[in-house]
Design a binder for this molecule. Sequence first.
Ligand code: HEM
Length: 503
Amino acid sequence: MGEAAMRRPARQVDYEDIQGIVRFGYRRMTQAVFLLLRVTNADAARAWLANARITSAMTQEPPPTTALQIAFTSEGLRALGVAEDIIEGFSSEFIVGMSSDPAHARRLGDIGPSDPAQWQWGGAPEAIPHVMVMLYAEPGGLEAWGMEAMAGAEEGFVQLAGLGTSDMDGVEPFGFVDGISEPTIDWQRERPARDEEREDYTNLSCLGEYLLGYPNEYGGYTDRPLLDPQRDPDALLSPAEEAPDKADFGRNGSYLVLRQLEQDVSGFWRFIDAQVQGDPTDRKRLAEAMVGRTMDGEPLVGRTNEAIDGEDDPRNSFTYRDDDAGLRCPIGAHIRRSNPRNADLPAGPPGFVSWAKRTLGFDAEALAGDLVASTRFHRLLRRGREYGPGVSLADAVAGQVPQEGTGLHFICLGANIARQFEFVQSAWLSGIRFNGSPDESDPLIGNHLPRADGTATDCFSMPVAAGPAQRVCGLPQFVTVLGGAYFFLPGLRALRYIAKGEP
Ligand code: HEM
């Protein structure tokens, strides 16, 4: 049998090669900690990685009660001895990182109190993590599991930060039910991946939007490191699906975005309280308008019972089609900005390139216009966890908050950091002219600081049927970034390749 035949790619999805967090949220494992490590001894670090028992995306009976996941920054791959030309095969955002370019940080809204220069980790070069170890366990199991899983790691790594998490029972620190809307991944690979416009909003998303090595929503394969097979003599890696003569370092891997978002829970509720002169009903209504859902998770636009491809949660059976003006759900609400639930744009000049330009992030033409691009190219798989002590609404309004900070360790997965996380964060949430409101940004997470040209971003509009919109201005910053980094979450085969070191 020739080498090409031996390396024939499989169309089926090999769950054993995928880290479990891509497929499962591990919600029953309510305990979790994210360890940010730096490599001190590459050989010892690789030896530890070779023995790490990573939980795969295989269905197990009974399901596991603990899980271990591992991801690397580009600095981390370099510190572990991965060759420079392999690293260069990754996307430039991943290579450059989240914090090292000031213009880039500005686009993400990381200025003022969220400036990377002030981050607790991930800002200064020596504070950039190399490796993130994610440990999950069912209640009570984390400590023992953590000790077992991390045994011997100290020989290869030093810990930069240990990000603890809290179980807030599905509610984020401001008090809203979270984790309701997620894209449905087409694991069966039934969705035809091709460059063709779609008339309806769909929640079903091509595998290649989240995992490298599969066709994405454009019908193409995202760039990733593809190696000559001589560099993989033991055939640890799978062949690339679209180029079977290459060994695919990216296959079944994903990019993971981590941001530590500290929430000023008291600042949020006190600001809102002041706007409504302390009226509890109006207070709740204004906060809910900012989110776009009620505190217990109902969409403000209402359940419209639309049949949405790939969606079976009735709390997600809606689009904004019949609420163009934002009378039921303000256009600037957090969930409407982060997922406008629209179909593809009306036809523009013919051809793939112009179409891609209209839908891809960071394109000058796109930034100059209104940024309501097709949702299906900008979906995020959210896997974050809350941290810190919960604060009751009464205590928040009264300004009685614990010293210890609270917030969200925001995590999202995607195959294209620029088109998914960065586009949503910069174009839709920080939005320059999101649906025509120049002085607004996301009411929850925007930094609300004036832009470079002096334009304010601290307003929020709630359109009303007759007359001008009701407006709230002077929104302070409720969410501050304390750290962040871009990671590569490899498939298990690629992880073995990294652990083995290049021949
Ligand atoms: C501390 C910061 C944040 C808080 C408190 C927060 C809160 C929420 C809440 C309460 C929901 C509604 C629950 C749901 O639909 O699942 C939601 C949805 C969502 N958020 Fe956030 N969020 C934060 C940061 C972010 C960031 C940084 C992004 C992206 C860059 C983001 C993207 C999304 C998306 C995509 C949805 C789902 C929208 C949909 O499909 O309808 N969020 N968020």
